[in-house]
Design a protein around this ligand. Sequence first.
Ligand code: C2E
Ligand code: CA
Ligand code: CA
Length: 428
Amino acid sequence: MPCSPVTSGPDDATRDRQPVAFARRGELLARVRDFAAVRRSLGASSAGELAVLTAARLADTLPLACVAAVGQDVIRVRCGGALDEVEHVSTAVRAFFDPADERCDDAARLGWAVGSAVAAPEVDDVTLAETSEAALAQALTSGGGETVGAALVAGEDLASELDRALAEDEMELFYQPKLHVRQQVIKSAEALIRWRHPSRGLIPPADFIPLAEERRRVGPLTLWTVRRAIQDQRRLRRLGHDVRIFINISGQVLADAAFAEAVCHYIAAAPDARLGFEITETAVIRDPEGAIANLQRFAAIGITVSIDDYGAGLSSLAYLKQLPARELKIDKLFITGITSSHRDPLIVRSTIDLAHALDMEVVAEGVETHAALALLSVMGCDMVQGYVLSRPVELETLASFLAEERHHRASADTRASFTRLSATWKRA
Ligand code: C2E
Ligand code: CA
Ligand code: CA
């Protein structure tokens, strides 16, 4: 993709040269939160060069994006490509400006707000620019903690298409295996929904689940997921693989009595189904009484309850223990940097110990490297899930993964890391 030079002036050249045939285009704006304070601290001359120099370093890390300094305190990034390519740029830009991220730039400590927008091909450049500006404005007003504002330009259109998508079977479930570390067996898999849109390609859940929640469409969507997961599990079992399938349950349906009734009905019709529900503490907090009542019903009919994204919120494990949960998933926030951070391994180890004391199995999600897998294994983590084993894949690919026992190959690669890390960790 052609790229503009890093520039300090308002730059419209990139807009003209932006190819229009991309599946998606993204625009991100990063702005120093308090430029006056930065100027006082760095001096006018250094502060004046801040955006240009920072943009140059950012451009070095993103060869396929167009990075430009706009004035003294704003950096604009434009990119295009398949949705996952645009998302990759977006993640990299956010990491670059996030002082808590190990990939951040030195300038990140000055405090930046980031706003982003992703557009479908039919959305014009002006709308895209206005949307990213609105997202930046939202990020700027959201105080110190929240640095990211995002908006999907095509959201309106997508929402109106959701019903058709469900009726015409455009949704798909991808599966990501969870490996039991000690037994070296794939015990379960998480179902992750995708929307195979006829013109927009594969849309990830983050782009439509919030819309479905807003339009109160999560009920039908989740019931579709339960039905499909039951069918898929049956197919897997016929192929000789008996894995429990975990489904993500949104807070909007968790406490809903009609939803629980429908689930019980499906399970009664398929008593051999082995399902699990992943729930977050935020989902429970909406209506704790209703949620706990439903969770008890689910546990009673053999559905394993798993607490998802643990550590990302504020609840203590003691509070969550009121739920009939057997599994605790530590949020990938603590896992992806586990071998490079000083703090994260301590948090993870104490969480594992506490969860075991409360009789729960622990899953680490977002395990991307063999070194992380080895460390988690030494810490006594029961199960791992993440790119190191497999990305979320279609059912057929999961079946081949299980048939070829590909996790054994991954485990062999982990062994070298294991020996080294095991010694270090035991010494610590
Ligand atoms: P989640 O439940 O936390 O799912 C894990 C997400 O992390 C998935 O993104 C998965 O692709 C990604 N992931 C897996 N392994 C790794 C790794 O090693 N490194 C990194 N960096 N990421 C990894 P995905 O599929 O885009 O799903 C995003 C979220 O959408 C899910 O987060 C879940 O909250 C929601 N979601 C997905 N499917 C459904 C569904 O059927 N219903 C509802 N209500 N929500 C869903
Ligand atoms: Ca999940
Ligand atoms: Ca999760």
